[in-house]
Design a protein around this ligand. Structure first.
Ligand SMILES: Nc1ncnc2c1ncn2[C@@H]1O[C@H](COP(=O)(O)OP(=O)(O)OP(=O)(O)O)[C@@H](O)[C@H]1O
Length: 333
C-alpha cells in the first residue's frame, strides 16, 4: 500500500442497503512454479448482513486468512465473485480500503514507538486531521484500556496488549466494516474479554465485523452467524443455535459422587442407550428424534433404585459437536 486511501466517505459512497459482504461460489487456487496447484477455497458462498458479527470458524489451514485476503482485495479469486460494501475489492481496492479496516494475525506495530506514537502515526498516514486525530487517539487508547501504558514502547507489551493496540489502530479511522483475523489467538483472558466487549460494541454501533477464529467459544459468544469451514469448503452456516440443532448431540449427564460409582452404574444403561462414563458422570446421548421428556423419563427409570446417582443435567450440543457432526473430526485434531 503506497498511498493511503482517502477518508472521504461521500466519494466512497455505495449502495449501503445491501449486504456488507457477499461471496458467491468462490474458488481460490494458488499456483507456484514447480508445485502442484493448491485449492485453498472451493465453492465458498456466504453473505454478511450489515451491523452484525459474523464468525468464520475453522481449524488451522482451513482457508480463513485466504478469505479475509480476498475480501481486503489482497487476492483475486480464481473463480466466483466477491463483493464488499457493494464493490469488487480487487478492482476497487482504494475505495474499499477507505471503508474497511483489517487486523491481521501479524499486528505489524512499530515496536520501537510508544502506543500513542503508533496510533498518531497511523492517523496521520490515513489523513485524519490533527485535532480530530489527537482526540481519536486518546479515545481509542481509553477504549482498549491502554491509556496508562500509552507512552511505553510497544516492544515491552504482552501479546494481548499488542492485539488490543492493533484493534485500536484499526478503529481510528471509524471503518464501516472490520476484518479481524484470529484476534484473540494466544492472548491473556483479560485482553480476550476486552476484545470481545469491543467487538460487541462495534456491532451495537451498526458496524459489521468479520472475525476468523478457531475457538468455538469465541464463535458462540460473538457470532450472530457462524460459518464453519474445513479444507476450504463451507460445511455449515447459521446462528450458533441453528447449528447446534443440526448437530443432534443432545445429551443427558447423570452425576455421581465418584468415578467408581459412575462406572458401577453404567451397565444399567448399556442395553438400548448410547452411554459413556466420564469423570464421575454418565453421558447418555439422545437419539435424533427422541422426545426429550420421554427420553429423560426412560433414563431415570433405568436408574431407579441406584443409590449413587446425585443429579442430572440436560446438555445442548456445543459447536465442537457441530464440527464433529459435519466433518467427522474434532476441530482440534
Ligand atoms: N500464497 C499461497 N500459496 C500457496 N498456498 C497458500 C498460500 N496462502 C495460503 N496457502 C495455503 O492455503 C491453505 C489455507 O491457508 P489460510 O492461511 O487461509 O488458512 P487459515 O484457516 O487462516 O489457517 P491459520 O489458522 O493457520 O492461519 C493452507 O494450506 C495454506 O498453506
Amino acid at each position: 500500500m503506497n498511498t493511503p486511501p482517502a477518508l472521504d466517505r461521500e466519494r466512497g459512497g455505495t449502495a449501503s442497503s445491501g449486504p456488507a459482504v457477499e461471496l458467491e461460489r468462490v474458488d481460490m487456487v494458488f499456483t507456484r512454479r514447480g508445485a502442484e496447484p493448491f485449492k485453498a477455497l472451493t465453492d465458498l458462498s456466504l453473505t454478511i448482513e450489515p451491523g452484525t458479527v459474523f464468525c468464520l470458524l475453522g481449524p488451522n489451514g482451513s482457508g480463513k486468512t485466504t478469505t479475509i485476503n480476498l475480501l481486503s482485495g489482497l487476492l483475486e479469486p480464481t473463480g466466483g465473485t466477491v463483493r464488499v460494501l457493494g464493490m469488487n475489492p480487487f478492482d476497487q481496492r482504494r475505495r474499499v480500503l477507505s471503508r474497511i479496516a483489517l487486523v491481521p494475525q501479524e499486528t505489524a506495530l512499530y515496536t520501537d514507538l510508544t502506543a500513542r506514537e503508533n496510533l498518531a502515526f497511523h492517523a496521520a498516514y490515513y489523513g485524519v486531521p490533527g485535532a480530530r486525530a489527537r482526540q481519536r487517539v486518546e479515545t481509542m487508547l481509553e477504549l482498549v484500556s491502554l491509556t496508562e501504558r500509552a507512552d511505553h514502547r510497544v516492544g515491552t507489551f504482552s501479546g494481548g496488549m499488542q492485539r488490543r493496540l492493533a484493534l485500536a489502530r484499526a478503529l481510528l479511522t471509524e471503518p464501516d466494516l472490520l476484518f479481524l483475523d484470529e484476534p484473540t489467538l494466544g492472548v491473556d483472558v483479560q485482553s480476550r474479554e476486552a476484545i470481545w466487549n469491543r467487538v460487541r460494541e462495534l456491532a451495537a454501533e451498526g458496524r459489521t465485523v468479520l472475525l476468523s477464529t478457531n475457538y468455538m467459544e469465541e464463535a458462540e459468544q460473538l457470532g450472530r452467524q457462524v460459518c464453519i469451514i474445513d479444507r476450504g469448503r463451507r460445511v455449515a452456516i447459521g446462528t450458533p443455535r441453528e447449528l447446534k440443532q443440526q448437530a443432534d448431540r443432545r445429551r443427558i449427564e447423570l452425576t455421581f459422587p465418584s468415578e467408581e460409582a459412575a462406572v458401577e452404574a453404567a451397565p444399567l444403561l448399556r442395553d438400548g442407550f448410547e452411554v459413556a462414563a466420564q469423570d464421575g458422570r454418565l453421558v447418555v446421548t439422545m437419539p435424533q428424534d427422541a422426545d426429550q421428556v420421554a427420553f429423560l423419563r426412560s433414563v431415570l427409570d433405568r436408574m431407579d433404585g441406584h443409590r449413587g446417582m446425585s443429579g442430572f443435567q440436560l446438555r445442548e450440543p456445543s459447536l465442537q459437536d457441530v464440527f464433529l457432526h459435519f466433518t467427522g473430526r474434532d476441530l482440534r485434531d
